[in-house]
Design a protein around this ligand. Structure first.
Ligand SMILES: *Cc1c(COP(=O)(O)O)cnc(C)c1O
Length: 394
């Protein structure tokens, strides 16, 4: 199906689907590692690339291909490369597009494990990374070297929901001959289209909202055919391939993406508005709030504020900031204490001692992640039940 003919909601349900001769209406799960050829000549043609078709599920698998085509249609990308996790999507992107001695400029407000990958692991292989403030456009410009290949951002960022101007950063990157990579995990294509805003590459952790119910790990890299060719080349050789079973779960997840994201965002806005009015809350971070520093920009780039709300708890007399945050978290009975997000179940996290605990205290302070900061990934429960679970804030 051509992607510009239908609305996004329709693409989420219909794009990418291909039935076998049995005519199943729900996508089939191909749980096979290899594919059989009709002759030695056909095997040679498949391996030689003169005949298109499946060879081995580390390279391609029909269920994974359907997932890739559906997500590509939703993001408006020429090609999608599905990966085993969100982290392996970032790894495949960098390994496909960068070499030793080259340079990446990354936002300092990215997923904690992405910081580890860049600064501890890829550095050992000769890649240089400079971290800058997401919203300081001049800092991005100043960080460029003749070796800069990629700009890497998350917008909104985790956990402070900072929003950057994608088009402005894309322009700076392109002038330097570099590509802008946007980790679109927090928004999904239901809320934000980075490629339309000038970005070159999109990263997803499918583990989050694309699954939507906390079942499977997976990821994806999306962009032009030319940029995805070396990314796919790394994947099929290194083997960070998405499992067919997980692709099948994500195919089902994507069908309901738009209705889920609308519900996550409306619940999050209601909760953020309530949090802002509570006496024991010092500050709320949510792009959908008028008080958010980049609220106007978020309105331009995003269909909604998304489902992630962070806030600072006011410590009571004699309490440290961390004690105040932990007391609130430990008092919850309904909300799950877990670092995951994008689930139907609301989750609550203390970033400073979990997702960002391996980031040095100075780097956390510089990024503005305080010890009293709590992040909630707002799920699909009734908002009044979430408010009741956070009664300590009243
Ligand atoms: C979770 C997450 C990742 C990593 O994804 P995994 O599937 O856990 O490997 C990357 N970026 C962001 C923004 C995330 O939230």
């Amino acid at each position: 199906m051509t992607t510009n003919q239908y609305h996004p909601e329709t693409l989420a349900v219909r794009a990418g689907s291909e039935a076998t001769p049995f005519g199943e209406n729900s996508e089939a799960l191909f749980l096979n590692s290899s594919f059989r050829f009709s002759s030695a000549a056909q095997a040679a043609a498949r391996f030689g690339g003169t005949e298109l078709g499946n060879i081995y599920s580390r390279f391609t698998n029909p269920t994974v291909t359907m997932f890739q085509n559906k997500l590509a249609a939703l993001e408006g990308a020429e090609q999608c490369v599905a990966t085993s996790t969100g982290m392996s999507a970032i790894l495949a992107c960098v390994m496909g597009l960068c070499s030793a001695g080259e340079h990446i400029v990354a936002s300092r407000s990215i997923f904690g494990t992405s910081v580890q990958l860049f600064s501890n692991i890829l550095k050992r292989w000769g890649l240089e990374v400079t971290f800058v403030s997401l919203t300081d456009v001049d800092a991005w410009r100043a960080a460029i070297t003749p070796k800069t290949k990629l700009f890497f951002v998350e917008t909104p960022s985790n956990p402070l929901t900072e929003v950057c101007d994608i088009q402005a950063l894309a322009n700076i990157a392109h002038k330097a001959g570099a590509h802008l990579v946007v980790d679109n995990c927090f928004c999904t294509p239901a809320i934000q289209h980075p490629l339309e805003l000038g970005a070159d590459i999109i990263i997803h952790s499918a583990t989050k909202y694309i699954d939507g119910q906390g079942r499977c790990l997976g990821g994806a890299v999306l962009g032009s055919k030319a940029l995805m060719e070396p990314v796919y080349g790394f994947l099929r050789t290194a083997g960070v391939t998405m499992s067919a079973f997980n692709a099948w779960v994500f195919l089902k997840g994507l069908e309901t993406l738009h209705v889920r994201m609308e519900a996550h965002a409306s619940h999050a806005l209601a909760l953020a508005t309530w949090l802002e009015a509570q006496p024991n809350v010092a500050r709320v971070y949510y792009p959908g709030l008028v008080s958010h520093p980049q609220h106007q920009l978020a309105l331009l780039q995003q269909a909604s504020g998304g489902g992630i709300v962070s806030f600072e708890v006011k410590p009571k007399a004699g309490q440290t900031e961390q004690e105040a945050a932990w007391a609130l978290i430990d008092a919850t009975k309904l909300i799950s204490i877990t670092a995951n997000l994008g689930d139907a179940k609301s989750t609550i996290t203390h970033p400073a001692t979990t997702t960002h605990s391996r980031v040095s205290a100075e780097a956390r302070a510089e990024a503005g992640i305080k010890d009293n900061l709590v992040r909630i990934a707002v799920g699909l429960e009734h908002v009044d039940d979430l408010k009741a679970d956070l009664a300590l804030l009243k």
